[in-house]
Design a protein around this ligand. Structure first.
Ligand code: ZN
Length: 153
């Protein structure tokens, strides 16, 4: 059931470290900029509104490691923020197309799914019917950028 899934943003401990250091874990400076509306924020799992202070950082989202654990660009709030603790699929990401990339417990990628707007939740539930699936990345369709991870609660 979808209520038994956890939706994982960039963890607060990683954000604290990156904001404190003034650069991401890959040496790129944390440069705050004023956001337009609609940047997908990987800290709070919602789209930005006009005028928020955000930053583009490089982030490696897969704690499983392995060769598939690539680094990519993500928008986060430049300053401390509430994060995301909701039990539900993040509302701002429901009506977006997405690539759902499942991984096994060793971090190897299994078959992916292209989800049309409104179908990501149902597709996720189906992916997790497979006991091999340990983690799923929800990613943007064109650039492939990671939006958030999903695992069983
Ligand atoms: Zn945030």
């Amino acid at each position: 059931m979808i209520s038994e899934l956890q939706f994982l943003p960039v963890p607060a401990t990683d954000l604290d470290r990156i904001r404190c250091n003034g650069h991401d874990d890959h040496g790129n400076p944390l440069v705050a900029r004023e956001s337009g509306a609609g940047a997908p924020l990987r800290c709070c799992l919602r789209l930005s509104t006009d005028g928020e202070r955000i930053a583009l950082i490089a982030y490696r989202p897969s704690a499983l490691g392995g060769p598939y654990a690539e680094v990519g660009p993500v928008f986060v709030h430049a300053d401390p923020c509430p994060g995301y603790a909701g039990p539900d699929f993040p509302a701002d990401f429901r009506e977006r197309r997405a690539v759902l990339r499942p991984y096994d417990a060793a971090g190897q990628m299994l078959d992916g799914v292209l989800a049309e707007p409104g179908t990501s939740e149902g597709e996720l539930k189906q992916l997790f019917d497979d006991p091999e699936v340990a983690l799923v990345h929800v990613r943007n369709v064109i650039a492939g950028c990671w939006n958030f991870s999903v695992r069983r609660a």
